[in-house]
Design a protein around this ligand. Structure first.
Ligand SMILES: Cc1cc2nc3c(=O)[nH]c(=O)nc-3n(C[C@H](O)[C@H](O)[C@H](O)COP(=O)(O)OP(=O)(O)OC[C@H]3O[C@@H](n4cnc5c(N)ncnc54)[C@H](O)[C@@H]3O)c2cc1C
Length: 484
């Protein structure tokens, strides 16, 4: 066991979008902060497997924490995306009524959006068809929410954490928290590898947040994984749909949507089923068939022959049916940021501000970090450059002329840039999340072996030891021939 001597002011458990923003917010102050994560990379929980919508905030029940933080956080994303070089566009959303009996419900949603302080507008069928020519001809009306946006969820988590680490936060990957004990006036956080001392613990463990909370006291709530399964369509036709299109919401959530993504793909989903296994992110045909049927009802011409991938993520639904953002009952140095299901992604920066300014501030003095820099180094993205700019980059550094992923046009230079940053990737999936190598039509069929080589070279390890994702996910099993 290591590390017991170095004491943290705050340890944040879980490197999803909540742990990311809470750590970044803490890095604005002179504090020793550690961000503990069970996996070998950040953003491997539901922050990397969701619809990636920056919801406008019309939907949550008025008076809930979901409604409060959604309204506060939605406007924050323009500045955050600019500071942290995150792909983000306000496309707007449409919630469509396909049947006459749904129209009164749409009017109730307008009232709800007024109570939440979110601008929305009721559109006629003609107005909807004008905005979305591929919508079902049976559309009766729609609620338009102009402030909804789409975001790159992978870069969002990575870039927020990169910035937190740039500002002094220690990222402690591969540390699964197994126990938390109070000793004198501090906690001892035991992981599979280390023991850490800390004054304050902030529990941002997503679907596992009930297990972490229960390590220090009995709790009267529980998280249950609610799985959502998706299809991803290849980028094929700009403007097939122009907005995030939702069906009418139900008790199961906001429903199965179709949306363009920041990478010009289209996402169809998610389903909504309660499951037992917290970490089961498999997909199954009967559920995906239901997703298909519901999308075809809204957008009948959706080209399902363009599906390139399916995936799923687990929402941390709690028995309280709202976010849990509060001190533990028996200890105000232990803060739960738990059960952050949808719209948790959008809410994360506002929740983080509240947690640090209202909860941490009351138990610890916050002195400004004078060296805090809200920006990260800009990324180089060849496929967003004009021809001349590209040629200039390649002239200065030929690595930018060596294309590794042909589907997404990702160069060696871009991968090397990702490797040179704080919170750098160590796995093939880590490169995929940051640079998009392997995200395209062939799903890594051509570039994966090159990415393995790049990782082996960079970390000076055998290609046999390069992982796709978590421990045990080695891609190569053994050498069959001696070579160079
Ligand atoms: C299907 C689906 C669709 C969604 N769509 C949207 C959307 O469009 N817009 C939106 O705003 N929100 C959406 N959400 C919700 C959003 O994804 C979540 O609210 C948000 O990602 C939660 O972030 P988190 O950091 O709390 O959890 P996570 O991202 O799950 O992170 C928790 C982290 O804690 C780590 N951890 C757990 N246990 C331990 C331990 N013992 N030791 C160390 N580390 C541990 C995990 O490995 C993980 O990395 C959706 C969610 C799902 C599943």
């Amino acid at each position: 066991m290591k590390n017991l001597d170095s004491k943290y002011d705050v340890l944040v458990v879980g490197a999803g979008i909540l742990g990311a923003f809470v750590s970044r917010e803490l890095s604005k102050y002179d504090l020793k902060v550690g961000l503990i994560e069970a996996h070998n990379d950040v953003g491997n929980g539901c922050s990397g497997a969701n619809s990636a919508i920056i919801h406008s905030g019309y939907d949550p029940a008025p008076g809930t924490l979901k409604a409060k933080f959604n309204a506060l956080a939605n406007p924050m994303w323009d500045e955050i995306a600019d500071e942290l070089d995150i792909d983000f566009t306000r496309k707007g959303s449409l919630t469509v009524a396909l049947y006459d009996e749904q129209v009164p419900l749409l009017k109730e949603l307008i009232e709800r959006s007024n109570k939440n302080g979110i601008p929305t507008k009721l559109l006629t069928p003609e107005e909807v068809k004008e905005l979305e020519p591929n919508i079902s001809p049976k559309v009766k009306a729609a609620l338009y929410a102009p402030t909804a946006g789409i975001i790159d969820p992978f870069n969002a988590v990575v870039n927020v954490i990169e910035n937190a680490v740039d500002n002094g936060v220690e990222l402690l990957l591969n540390n699964k928290v197994l126990s938390i004990k109070k000793e004198n006036d501090y906690f001892i956080v035991g992981t599979n590898k280390n023991e850490f001392k800390t004054n304050i613990v902030i529990n941002c463990a997503g679907v596992h947040s009930d297990q972490i909370a229960a390590m220090i006291e009995p709790i009267d709530w529980k998280t249950t994984p609610r799985r959502g399964e998706y299809f991803v369509l290849d980028h094929f036709l700009d403007g097939f749909v122009n907005h995030t299109i939702f069906p009418m919401p139900s008790e199961k959530g906001k429903g199965i949507l179709i949306t363009p993504t920041t990478s010009n793909n289209y996402l169809l989903g998610p389903s909504s089923e309660l499951i037992d296994d917290y970490d089961d992110v498999s997909t199954d045909k009967p559920t995906l068939d239901k997703v298909k049927a519901q999308i075809l009802d809204m957008v009948p011409s959706v080209p399902l022959n363009k599906v390139i991938r399916v995936f799923s993520g687990n929402r941390p639904t709690t028995t309280r049916h709202d976010f849990i953002i509060e001190y533990a009952k028996t200890d105000n140095h232990f803060i739960n940021v738990a059960g952050i299901e949808s719209p948790g992604f959008v809410c994360a920066p506002a929740i983080a501000e509240y947690v640090v300014k209202e909860l941490v501030n009351k138990v610890c003095s916050l002195i400004e970090n004078k060296n805090y820099n809200p920006r990260i180094r800009k990324h180089i993205r060849l496929n967003k450059m004009g021809h001349e700019e590209k040629v200039e980059y390649i002239k200065n550094n030929p690595d930018f002329g060596r294309i590794i992923c042909n589907c997404e046009r990702v160069s060696l230079g871009e991968i090397k840039d990702a490797l040179s940053r704080n919170a750098a990737p160590t796995t093939v999936k880590g490169i995929k999340k940051r640079c998009r190598a392997g995200f395209g039509l062939c799903q890594g069929g051509f570039c994966q072996s090159k990415v393995v080589e790049i990782l082996a070279d960079y970390y000076n390890i055998s290609p046999l030891d390069v992982l796709y994702d978590d421990e045990g996910s080695n891609i190569l099993l053994k050498k069959i021939k001696e070579g160079k």
